[in-house]
Every structure is written in C-alpha cells, then in structure tokens.
Write a protein that binds this ligand. Structure first.
Ligand SMILES: [Zn+2]
Ligand SMILES: [Zn+2]
Ligand SMILES: [Zn+2]
Length: 139
C-alpha cells in the first residue's frame, strides 16, 4: 500500500499523515472557533465561561468584571512604571499615554467629531428637504 494521502478538503496531496493539509486545518480551526462563539451567542451564553448571560453582549457580568479588573491591574502597573497605557513606551511627563498616542487620540477625536457633525447635518438636511417636499405636495 503506497497510496498518497489527499486532503479531505482541497484534495491536495498531503506531506504528512492526517486528514487535512496545513492550510485547510488552519481554516477549519478558525471556522470551528467561529461556530463555537456563534453557538454561544445564539444560546445567550457567555463566550468566556459558557454560563447563561445576565447582560447583553459577549460575556457575563462576572467575566466583564474579571476582564476590567485585569485591565485595571495592567493600567496600574503601566502607570506605576511610567509606561504609556496604550503602547507601553516610556512616558516622560505624568500623563497616562505617551506623546505619540496622545496625538493619535487627538486626531481620532477630531475625526470622530467631524463625522458626527456631518451625520447630524445630513440628517437635519434630509428632514428639512423632506418637509419641504411634503409642503409642496400639499399645494
Ligand atoms: Zn487542504
Ligand atoms: Zn462569563
Ligand atoms: Zn503610547
């Protein structure tokens, strides 16, 4: 018996024993993980501990607390060691983030404000046009 093994998914010859080639195996693992999370979401279970969700979102109250506690410890450690809480680069002044991260945040906030302003204008503009067309229709 000297039969070449083929990948069950893409039918490419396998270079080692198994059912799938490395590429398909990775794809399947990813898919499996996705299905696992989707199933939990569908059954309203916490995606971390698998218990029924007591809040809306991906994780239960308990896990949210664990995550935020971990986050707090991480931030405290970084602040105590004068490291940027975002990128861990040393911070020269007493700030929580480094100059670079502050710049990035400033740009992000500015863009976000512009976006919201534009959206509001669009919405307001549309309502105004809509009212005008309604008025015209009445005449
Ligand atoms: Zn394959
Ligand atoms: Zn949980
Ligand atoms: Zn930084």
């Amino acid at each position: 018996m000297n039969e070449r093994l083929l990948c069950c998914e893409c039918m490419q010859p396998l270079d080692k024993n198994g059912k799938y080639c490395a590429k398909c195996l990775l794809e399947r693992t990813k898919q499996h993980r996705k299905n696992y999370v989707n199933k939990k979401r569908l059954n309203k279970l916490c995606t971390l501990c698998g218990k029924p969700l007591d809040r809306t979102g991906w994780v239960c109250n308990k896990c949210t607390k664990v995550i935020s506690d971990k986050q707090k410890i991480k931030i405290k450690y970084r602040r105590d060691n004068k490291l940027c809480v975002k990128c861990m680069k040393p911070v020269l002044d007493n700030g929580a983030t480094c100059v670079e991260c502050r710049k990035k945040t400033a740009i992000y906030t500015k863009n976000y404000r512009i976006k919201i302003k534009k959206r509001n204008e669009d919405m307001y503009g549309n309502t105004k046009n809509f009212r005008l067309s309604m008025l015209k229709a009445n005449i």
